[in-house]
Design a protein around this ligand. Structure first.
Ligand code: FAD
Ligand code: DHB
Length: 392
């Protein structure tokens, strides 16, 4: 058996949470290793989040990995809601003084990987048979194989940043899991056409939900709600555009510029929280611990909020011998996580077709009318969308 290498923190997963945590530890002079199941190209090419809260933007800037984001990100001061033919703008800036930034997760992972390249970080892509052991011992063990060769790390702490389907969460004894599954998914299409509108449009329609988003002034991202059993292969580009148009207000549909899709995928909708987010030397962060339906654009932002708290707690434990923040890590994160779960569930419920009854649709209509008539209701939506205060 190969000798074990000592690192202070072993990180499982090189998604945004793992890459960001590694980068923050590197800046604090803490030794770490990242093991990732997929290839770097796969991780960088995965089309996912597009909306960053100010807190996430501030974190990337503070860690000096925000330069390209500052240049290329699009500041959005509001979103539009549509309910059948009617539209309502939620003015984030007027209601909260804040805005959000449109900048793709693909770009964030690329920026973080380049930053890691510049300091020669130890990141092992295409790692197989990743296992954790000794989580309640003085040192925990992180092992994997790389091109058939075994690698072993002895770690003061392990950060489970390996997403919903990773190996870290199942390693926690006595975990409580809270879950809501929805009978729907989002079918997403990426396309090199100008966005249909300058801001995002969240559209609630009898036929189901649709979202018009973007990555840049020349690249659009669109979603339609589909049944959870639908297959991407059954959705030609033409079928997708027809369905999207049918769910948008008529004037918006008339302006839609279509083109060949450059990516098309289905993501299931799920609400999920695992408690606690820590066990012995293992600490979970991001999608490994919690999932939200994408409607509120909260997943990546929650992952970064976890990592911010985790990096600070690990620094205190490893540099100042103070484990108080680490002991409180799960409790600190979960308060805010549950508020994001509530918002994402609510925003999904008022915009998606989840029940086939007229009562549910009338309630959605009432939610829209209430929002249209109440600044207080709009403020509640806006302050959740732009991001609640961090860890208070
Ligand atoms: P992940 O990105 O899932 O990364 C986990 C990593 O761990 C992966 O690279 C995986 O390959 C690796 N891994 C898994 N198992 C193992 C193993 N056994 N060993 C080693 N490595 C492993 N969020 C927002 O904030 N705003 C949005 O606008 C938004 N839109 C979204 C739209 C869609 C369609 C989807 C699907 C998601 C969206 N999200 C959004 C959510 C966001 O993408 C996720 O919350 C985010 O990727 C979480 O980051 P993470 O690093 O925790 O997990
Ligand atoms: C995008 C994704 C979301 O979940 C959302 O709420 C808004 C935008 C996007 O991929 O652009």
């Amino acid at each position: 058996m190969a000798a074990a290498l000592d690192v202070e923190v072993g990180i499982v997963g090189a998604g945004p949470a793992g890459l960001m945590l590694g980068w923050m530890l590197a800046r604090a002079g803490i030794s770490f290793v990242i093991v990732e199941r997929q290839s770097r190209a796969h991780v960088e090419g995965r089309i996912r989040a597009g909306v960053l809260e100010q807190g996430a933007v501030d974190l990337l800037n503070a860690c000096e990995v925000g330069a390209r984001m500052q240049r290329e990100g699009l500041v959005h001061d509001g979103i539009e809601l549509a309910c059948d033919a009617e539209r309502l703008r939620i003015d984030f800036r007027a209601l909260t003084g804040k805005s959000v930034l449109i900048y793709g997760q693909t770009e964030i992972t690329r920026d973080l990987n380049l930053a890691h390249d510049s300091i020669g970080s130890r990141i092992h892509y295409e790692a197989a048979q990743v296992t954790l052991a000794g989580l309640t011992d003085a040192r925990a063990a992180l092992s994997c194989t790389l091109a058939g060769e075994a690698l072993h790390f002895r770690c003061r702490f392990i950060a489970g940043c390996d997403g919903f389907h990773g190996v870290s969460r199942p390693a926690i004894a006595g975990l409580r899991e809270h879950e809501r599954v929805y009978p729907s998914g989002w079918l997403g299409v990426l396309c090199d056409t100008p966005p249909v509108a300058p801001e995002l449009i969240y559209a609630s329609h009898e036929r189901g939900f649709a979202l018009c988003s973007m990555r840049s002034p020349t690249r659009s991202r669109y979603y339609v709600q589909v049944g959870v059993d639908e297959r991407v292969d059954d959705w030609s580009d033409q079928r997708f555009w027809d369905e999207l148009r049918a769910r948008l207000p008529r004037d918006v549909a008339a302006r839609l510029v279509t083109g060949p899709s450059i990516e098309k995928s289905i993501a299931p909708l799920r609400s999920f929280v695992a408690e606690p987010m820590q066990y012995g030397r293992l600490l979970l962060a991001g999608d490994a611990a919690h999932i939200v339906p994408p409607t509120g654009a909260k997943g990546l932002n929650l992952a970064f909020a976890d990592v911010e708290a985790l990096a600070a707690a690990l620094c205190a434990a490893l540099r100042d011998d103070d484990e108080a923040a680490l002991a409180r890590y799960s409790e600190t994160c979960l308060k805010r996580v549950w508020k994001a779960e509530r918002f994402s569930w609510w925003f999904t419920a008022i915009t998606h077709r989840l029940h086939d009854d007229s009562f549910a649709r009338r309630l959605q209509r009432a939610e829209f009318d209430y929002l249209a008539s109440s600044r207080a209701a709009q403020t509640a939506l806006a302050e959740n969308y732009v991001g609640l205060p961090r860890h208070v």
